[in-house]
Design a protein around this ligand. Sequence first.
Ligand code: GDP
Length: 444
Amino acid sequence: MFENLTTRLGTVLDSIRGQGRLTEDQINAATRELRMALLEADVALPVVKEFIERIKVRAIGVEITQSLTPGQQFLRVVQQELTQTLGGVAEPINLRAQPPAVILMAGLQGAGKTTTTGKLALFLKEREKKTVIVVSADVYRPAAIEQLRIVAGNVGVEWFPSEVGQNPIAIAEAALAHARKTYADVLIVDTAGRTTVNEDMMKEITALHGALNPVETLFVVDSMTGQDAAKTAKAFADVLPLTGVVLTKVDGDSRGGAALSVRQVTGKPIKFMGMGEKSDKLEIFHPDRIATRILGQGDMLSLIEETTRKVDQEKALKFAEKLKKNKTFDLEDFREQMAQVQNMGSMEAILDKLPGGAQMKAQVAKANPEKQIKRSVAIINSMTKQERKYPDLIKASRKRRIAAGAGVEVQAVNQLMRQFETTRDMMKKMAGGGMMKMMRSLAG
Ligand code: GDP
């Protein structure tokens, strides 16, 4: 996410970070570089101009505080202004309406509306504990209706049937009546997009808006289209009272021009971002955290939040208790731990949120940790229960058997055993309460 922009800004800021004093010339040179970096990232020109202006005014007028060097102070100003440009504070989704709260999804074809409808349904179901119904008012493409039916099935929410040839307004009204009758909390209405902004589409979505009176009207837009994303969003915002924007495909966007342009060009907040094709790849858009991420300083807060959500707390506690009680850590525990790591998501997604993680990504990609974990699990699976419980039993002949069973070289078994032993030693050390200390220091 936004790697190119991060690298480019990193170079500019590195040149200034260590400076004890900043002259006006140095500030001018740095802001010129910043301007270039933002234009290369395809940020809309008026947004760039205003951003640079604000930086200049603040950087030249900064009062020197004792704890920060002028270089650090400059970095802080850039960070604060980036946050501002991205929208300031996160704007949560609004469900404050007489139930069902209706969410209307708008956007061009291919932007990711249907995918996002599924993601949002899952988000509201899991995180907000809401009962959600989804319906498609795309009466032009049977495949679109079918796609939503499948997505709804995958995320486990109700799909309200609709058909090609029906009137979109009639579909919306029927779905709304059904949602009321069944006391659903939320109704999400997916709509038909076109390849470009056109009058028919605008008329139809405006009529749907009138019939549904939605509490949220979200514009879904592809991040990869750069500042065009902001332009399209503006065209919609001019005819439709949008309440927010969802930026999709941010996982593939190395530049960040859309994220930085949308808020200022449309005046509408970005509420969510799509970070992949799968249904759980939707993240709340936190301007401050994204600004730090763009500046290469990672996003530890999101990482900790995600990890605590995805790790099975109950299992983790039980595991810690067991470790404390019998002080052993066997290969079954090791396998269990690897499964937990797999649950946390791809290593790349984690690295994205670590300070300086962007640089580490290439190296990690080469090592392919996901594949290694899979291989390790396969090796442990081909051991007997007894071997897993008493790893010391595993000598040369058993290693050969295990390797053959898992389809790997004996060397890989040796490697796994070494990893296991290191982890076991670490676990023993942490069993005395060190783990809690570590977690606390991370969270603090
Ligand atoms: P719609 O025409 O607006 O309903 O768009 P779709 O929901 O069918 O999405 C179009 C394509 O974009 C599909 O191939 C999706 O899998 C893909 N897509 C949607 N959101 C994301 C995202 O956040 N990341 C990535 N990588 N792909 C996405």
